[in-house]
Write a protein that binds this ligand. Structure first.
Ligand code: HSE
Length: 450
């Protein structure tokens, strides 16, 4: 008989879960449903013994009557019947930080799905885990169900990453995919993403790109062995993307994706999050809906792409459970892949030195010489154009809002540049604005040619 089946000598691992939202409830169900399989496979029983959430009575589709209840997550973290603390509260400070610290200080391993917390305090918390000699797992914090943390920390031990990029937010990918496939508004897509449990409690974190930035900063640390520097990420969200941008992108053979990209250069490490034109034929362009993807470019393993569900209760809970099982088996490794004392300081490569192609959409007054003036400004700044598209007239009023007043007529002008320095592009666009042939701010979207 398999010795694991009757291994009574190993005590159950007793879990305390703080936060019973979509992920917490899915984790409780998953642990219940898979209890026997977990014990058979991992040789140890894992059971929830205590929980803490905002409301005790809310119907979550799970029975919590058998668990000890705590109103305070710090008390849960310190509960002597709890061996492992799972933090699913969310938020970069407050109760999440206090309870994770309390658990680590009490010498208990922690599993968290909280990317905002790690983006801000990850290095300090990892140092605390190291000092206490316990593990801190956070697989679920980046890209939901995709085991990218384990891949970077353990699987790719011998390879050196040169660039990491990907789709790290399920909500944004869901919205951009639906806007591309259906004539549906941004607001309706967001509502559906919230109903499906993909979005953050405050969805501006998703659509303004901050959630992606948090995840990217964590990946950057693991890829380049530097301290987490979420405040140093250049961030643009997807709220300004229009149906027109999506349609023009498709006509030109591109899809628009919100990407997080980090790479090492001579000037430092570039971390950026922004909507991106990617070739429709590229692998990343075909990652749709709530799926996430991470592409790791390395020296020895060349290119590795991991793709899977990036948000949602079960996918995220599965990553939380994977960390719990590692701890059940006795895993204790530096949470950020190497001891925190060995991590280098983050050195930011300035965004102005970024070089790449750009999509520029301008509302141009329909007057003689306007197009020539704009293209000559680009030429003066050493910017070569790949293509130029001019759209039919749009009537606009003096405030720049499209309608049918007599104030003026504009044409939509789309310019695709060849590789250009960000600094040159910004300078040229400032000059174009000063020349007064355009209405409103230009739409600028970076192009990557993966
Ligand atoms: N709000 C996040 C997303 C959840 O949409 O990807 C997973 O971190």
């Amino acid at each position: 008989m398999d010795e694991h089946l009757n291994n009574d000598k190993i005590k159950p691992l007793r879990i305390g879960i703080a936060g019973l939202g979509t992920v917490g409830a899915a984790l409780v169900l998953m642990l219940e449903k898979n209890a026997k399989q977990i014990q058979r496979k991992h040789g140890r029983m894992v059971k929830v013994v205590a929980v803490c959430a905002r409301s005790r009575s809310r119907d979550r589709g799970i029975d919590i009557s058998g668990f000890a209840w705590h109103d305070d997550p710090v008390a849960l973290a310190k509960d002597e019947n709890v061996d492992l603390f799972v933090e699913l509260i969310g938020g970069e400070d407050g109760p999440a930080l206090a309870s994770v610290k309390a658990a680590l200080e009490a010498g208990k391993p922690v599993v968290t799905a909280n990317k905002a917390l790690l983006a801000k305090h990850g290095v300090d918390l990892a140092a605390l885990a190291e000092k206490s000699g316990v593990h801190m797992g956070f697989e679920a914090a980046v890209a939901g169900g995709i085991p990218v943390i384990k891949t970077l920390r353990e699987g790719l031990g011998a390879a050196s990453v040169t660039r990491v990029y990907g789709i790290l937010n399920g909500t944004c990918n869901y919205i951009l995919t639906r806007m591309g496939n259906e004539d549906i508004s941004f607001a309706d897509c967001l509502k559906d993403a919230q109903a499906l449990g993909y979005a953050e409690a405050d969805p501006t974190f998703d659509v303004e790109g901050f959630d992606t930035a948090h995840k990217l900063a964590i990946l950057t640390s693991l890829c380049f062995q530097c301290k987490i520097a979420a405040d140093e990420v250049f961030v643009e969200g997807i709220t300004a993307i229009t149906q027109e941008d999506i349609k023009v992108a498709a006509e030109l053979g591109y899809a628009i994706k919100l990407l997080g990209i980090a790479k090492r250069s001579e000037k430092g490490i570039e971390q950026r999050v922004h909507p991106t034109f990617v070739p429709a034929s590229s692998a990343v362009a075909r990652v749709d809906n709530v799926l996430n993807a991470i592409i790791l470019e390395t020296d020895h393993v060349s290119e590795l792409m991991l793709s899977g569900p990036g948000a949602g209760g079960s996918a995220t809970a599965a990553s939380v459970l994977a960390d719990i099982l590692d701890i059940a088996r006795g895993q204790i490794i530096p949470p950020l892949g190497m001891p925190t004392a060995e991590l280098s300081d983050y050195k930011r490569a300035p965004m102005q030195s970024h070089k790449g192609g750009y999509y520029i959409r301008l509302d141009v007054l329909d007057v003689p010489g306007a197009l020539a003036a704009i293209t000559s400004r680009l030429g003066e700044n050493n910017i070569s154009l790949e293509s130029v598209i001019q759209r039919p007239d749009i009537d606009i009023d003096a405030s720049g809002i499209s309608n049918s007043s007599e104030a003026g007529k504009t044409r939509t002008l789309v310019l695709i540049t060849q590789d250009t320095l960000e600094a040159s592009l910004r300078k040229a666009l400032d000059q174009v604005a000063d020349d007064g042939h355009t209405i409103g701010a230009p739409q600028v979207i970076r192009i990557e040619s993966f």
